[in-house]
Design a protein around this ligand. Sequence first.
Ligand SMILES: CCCCCCC/C=C/C(=O)SCCNC(=O)CCNC(=O)[C@H](O)C(C)(C)COP(=O)(O)OP(=O)(O)OC[C@H]1O[C@@H](n2cnc3c(N)ncnc32)[C@H](O)[C@@H]1OP(=O)(O)O
Length: 732
Amino acid sequence: MAQYRRVSGSVGLITLQNPPVNALSASVRQGIVDSVKRALGDQKVKSVVICGQNGVFCGGADIREFGRQMSGPPLVPMIHDIEAANKPVVAAIEGSALGGGLELALGCHYRISHSKAVVYHCFIMTMSDQAKLGLPEVTLGLLPAAGGTQRLPRLIGVPAALNLITTGRHVTAAEALQLGILDHVTEHNTVDVAVKFALSVTGESLDGRRISSFSCAPLSDLDSLFEEAMLKVRSAARGAIAPVACVQAVRAAATLPYAQGMEREKELMATLFHSGQARALQYFFFAQRAVGRWSTPSGARWDTSQPRPVRKAAVIGLGTMGRGITVALAQAGLSVVAVETHAKQLMEATKAVPSMLKRGAVRGGTTIEPDSITYSQNLQAVADVDLVIEAVFEDMALKEKVFQQLSIICKPDTLLCTNTSSLDVDHLASQTRHPELVVGMHFFAPAHVMKLLEVVYGRRSSPAAVATAMQLGKKMGKVSVAVGNCRGFAGNRMLKRYLEQAFFLLEEGATPELVDRALEEFGFPMGVFRMSDLSGLDVGWRVRKADGLADTSLTGTSARVRQGCRYSPLGDLLCEHGRFGQKTGRGWYQYDKPGGRVAKSDPWLHNFLDEYRARHGLVPRCIDQQEVLERCLFVLINEGFQILEEGIAAGPEDIDAIYVFGYGWPRHRGGPMFYADMVGLERVVERLERYHQAHPDVPYLQPSGLLRRLVANGSPPIHKWRNVIKNRNSQL
Ligand SMILES: CCCCCCC/C=C/C(=O)SCCNC(=O)CCNC(=O)[C@H](O)C(C)(C)COP(=O)(O)OP(=O)(O)OC[C@H]1O[C@@H](n2cnc3c(N)ncnc32)[C@H](O)[C@@H]1OP(=O)(O)O
């Protein structure tokens, strides 16, 4: 809806009303069309202001309408009519003007927005109280098809428009003013200022105010500008089609008259609108928000659990993870006690952490007060903190000891969190006096950069403890996903199956290059072997040794079998050769030096694989990309269904958010569970069964019970899976 009233005698004020973000639903568009008509037809009205209710201008087109039959007045002619009006129309932008919201504002003759001077909160300087503007359609697999690709370059120039449209980034009102998107910013009430402004421009000529009549500022070398832009978008998101279409649409603005440019925009949008990528990205938009509405099998929920305030936190262990967590906490404005019992490691951390903070501040355009962190070699320093995150070496005996000590030293209500990536959170809780205050906070390296946080609730974790960890994650800018306690939790448990298949494929005749190429063409930034080299092969080796798996003294058939199942010792053998990946300059690939980044094919590795196969009587066969994808991805997906079945994750959105934010799953494919839905659950079952027949010694290739049940229920779409899971759980 849109409300219309006349204010200050001669200004028609149109207020968009569609909480929470005033999205341009059919009824809002109808409201705008009707109100504009009324304003233009009313002789008493000399100028018009468009604003949004509750301090938000407009969050863009209503994304929920995209999957349905479109109705109501279309955006393009609506915006065209506003621009063509013979009375000045002013956009009063508070909160957000995004997507169709900004395109609506670009159709207005003037744009005024809200910007407050720099504010300080805790130790961090931000520009928080400012409107945000942008054309984020590309992040939804679309392009700004309500004239955005044609008006923005005409207003601010081709290079700046290309940047905004292809990245979808939001800019603050201050930056938008600098770029020329806004005519004016104010620290006062934006709508009042816009109304006064509208009165002041009454009767002035609008000839120079209609952006569609502008020409793009000429540029000397358009071809190389667009070639460069195309290369950039192609390497930023492999295989994503929307960024490419965005570049093509902006090119049309730079080279064609407006009307033809609009035709091109429409054509390009038509190719995107019904694409699988658009569906995946729009699903993921809502999935991201759904993970915040967490619940646990014991009935704890996001809306009934009260988080505790956390002002002062401690980090125990200042290795790579601990340092990153310290930085993330400080960046969130908390006071941090950083504890490391080894003097040398502590000294290194006192140098590394401030420089990480500095780099982060430069990147984020903020300043940070390093005094918010105190360092100590003594665990007693955590006595008065509200929350502790333990990040010591991944060793149960060591962690047990730390938790026993923390339980004595800390205040009785201090939340004790562990950053373990796979160990038993319940067991650690049992070492403390208040197991209800123990949860896992599983960060991903580098912890101050990666968006994902798995919040692991144990059997006895209280709802308040889960809510506090979830909220703290959000405060640190993370996407927090609540998961249950099992070996590897959700993400690493699924990863284990994926890695196993990759090793098996090498045994059967593939090379790291072939496997990685298939996965990178699918859209992962790095294939499994390049990724292992980056994160260090010794990490998994240590875990396998702790699990009693990495025994390379075994010979004959038993070398490749553990607990009755197929096992590949390839990763263990590489580690025994001192090949830990990038850090040693050798892994699945070779690097020019230890710490080198550029992976090169390694003849040694190929010989090693040949010898290994010969030793075990394995006859290499031709493996194609389809098999690589199906074996690696379907087994990972299958484990995802098992995790849903067991209630370790509450819904498919949780798993998808974990994989996109923590494991590089291409966002335009929606996440592993969405991908399964797109491929078709029946097909996933059929392929898994086929591979299981061929490899009966790999039990994880057998389709999970939930996957089979979903197929038996007619393969409902992903948003209905929770019902099938719920029905099953209620029968138990
Ligand atoms: C052939 C057809 C031609 C059509 C041409 C179309 C051209 C235009 C296309 C578009 O405009 S696409 C939409 C572009 N806009 C966006 O991408 C903005 C999306 N929203 C946001 O970034 C944020 O929501 C916000 C506006 C910055 C506000 O953030 P905040 O953190 O305050 O709230 P959220 O939790 O994110 O959202 C609250 C609530 O609102 C729902 N929502 C937000 N935006 C939209 C939207 N555009 N459409 C529908 N719903 C929206 C969001 O999902 C949340 O609800 P729940 O999911 O929690 O129920």
